[in-house]
Design a protein around this ligand. Structure first.
Ligand code: FCB
Length: 448
């Protein structure tokens, strides 16, 4: 039996997914192409040439998936809405069939007592908007707010809280700076406008949501940054990395200003894209909650050669690794949460963990069951760390694990399995893993 943790009353248990990673049905019922359809079709872009064409076929199988959520006893379910299902060209003509899908899903969740927590943007920009510059274009922020308005006007009577963006840092770096994710651009520091325009989009959409009485959150990928040594150069490199990964996407929301990026040769206007009034819009009246996606800490050293980025990533040694190779450091979650509280003080809203989990190379055994003990250990360790942060006074209101189902793991295709439920991608058979039963029992022991 899992341990009962000391958590605040009303703590919410959930699981997370994202549209392109699970839905499939990429050209059904009027959905338009997104950057991920186009990127995945490129030779060599995704491992094994995998795409999200079918993924978990959740678009058709969602009732079965909601049933799996009910079996877990989830309080909430975080999913994302595919912008190009609702607005096939990103703006203009509305595809009512797309809205209908999410309408059915929301009703299905509510019928089972599960609160829907949609993310409006989880990296699948309509390709038509990418053709106009994507997040490098200021216009995209305004299109995002229009899209938010459309969705909230349809679902808002049943959805209390919204997440605007998922991991704008990862989207900027992987999508626009390094080209590992869609849209596959390799702009390095010239990708910074994609940070500002995502945040501006957040601010504009947040205003629309608030006007209608909704709660607004964002899901940021945050990491404790460890200098590789106490040497001044390593400490300075770590501070520069922290500014880019953590502060760039959190300071403007909570403090109304961008961090010092002078180590990158960039001023407060991020290379000229910040206009007067933007930061006010981005901060708005503050967030109702900060979503934190935590996977691992990052160890940073000073660069060995001049002229490039002001940091290099260093290995974290002596810790277990996930199947993905990511270091497993549960206490990093406590460190991160306490660090956020110390950094932002009264400006920090309540926190919800919106993603945390690990990939395990797990397959059903001869008896048909999936023994994913490493995932159970991972989740248990991180939940202990969360409870430790709560004991240190951090206001954490919920935990949403990544992920409900094995799914399309972006550039890694179907190789990395993050689910509590195993998916056979040939047959679409779902098999709850040992971690599913463990999480169900954990949730039940807290709901008593
Ligand atoms: C996060 C993403 C999510 C998933 C996990 C493993 O960065 O938000 O979609 O891919 O990593």
């Amino acid at each position: 039996m899992p341990n009962r943790l000391d958590l605040p009353a009303g703590f919410r248990w959930g699981a997370s997914t994202a549209a392109y990673q699970i839905e499939g049905a990429v050209d059904e019922d009027g959905r338009g192409p997104s950057v991920w359809d186009v990127f995945a079709a490129r030779l060599g872009a995704v491992r094994d040439g995998a795409t999200g064409r079918v993924a978990c076929d959740h678009y058709h199988r969602w009732p079965e998936d909601v049933e799996l959520m009910r079996g877990l006893g989830l309080d909430g379910y975080r999913f994302s809405i595919a912008w190009s299902r609702v607005l096939p060209a990103g703006a203009g003509a509305v595809n009512v069939g797309g809205l209908d899908f999410y309408d059915r899903l929301v009703d299905g969740l509510l019928a089972d007592g599960i609160t829907p927590m949609p993310t409006l943007f989880h990296w699948d920009l309509p390709q038509a908007l990418e053709d106009g510059g994507g997040w490098l274009a200021r216009d995209t922020a305004y299109r995002f707010a229009e899209y938010a308005e459309l969705v909230v006007d349809r679902l808002g009577d049943r959805v209390p809280a919204w997440i605007t963006l998922n991991e704008p840092f990862v989207h900027m770096v992987f999508g626009y700076a390094l080209g590992i994710h869609a849209p596959g651009r390799t702009l390095m520091l010239d990708a910074l406008p994609a940070a500002h325009h995502q945040l501006l989009g957040h601010g504009l959409a947040a205003a629309v949501l608030r006007e209608r009485g909704h709660e607004v959150m964002i899901a940021n990928n945050l990491t404790p940054v460890w200098p590789a040594s106490e040497a001044e150069a390593d400490v300075a490199a770590a501070a520069a990395y922290d500014a880019l990964h953590n502060r760039l996407f959190t300071d403007p929301l909570l403090l109304g200003s961008y961090p010092d990026l002078s180590a990158y040769g960039v001023g407060e206007d991020l290379g000229g894209c910040v206009r007067p009034g933007d930061l006010k819009l981005i901060a708005g009246p503050g967030l109702d909650g900060l979503g934190v996606n935590y996977y691992n800490p990052t160890r940073i050293a000073a660069p060995t050669e001049p002229g490039g980025l002001p940091f290099v990533e260093a290995e974290i040694e002596g810790v277990p690794r996930t199947a993905f190779g990511w270091p497993v450091v549960p206490d990093g979650l406590r460190e991160l949460l306490v660090g956020l509280r110390d950094r932002y003080g009264a400006a920090l809203p309540p926190i919800t963990i919106t993603e945390n989990g690990c990939s395990v190379a797990d397959e059903p055994g001869p008896d048909g069951t999936v023994h994913d003990q490493p995932r159970i250990d991972f989740l248990a360790g991180h939940l202990d760390a969360l409870a430790a942060a709560v004991a240190e006074g951090v206001d954490v209101r919920g935990y949403f694990t990544w992920s409900l189902l094995d799914n399309f793991e972006w550039a890694e295709g179907y190789q990395q399995r993050f689910g509590l439920v195993h998916v056979d991608f040939e047959t679409q058979v779902r098999t709850p893993k040992a971690s599913y039963a463990w999480y169900r029992d954990l949730i039940a022991s807290h709901q008593k």
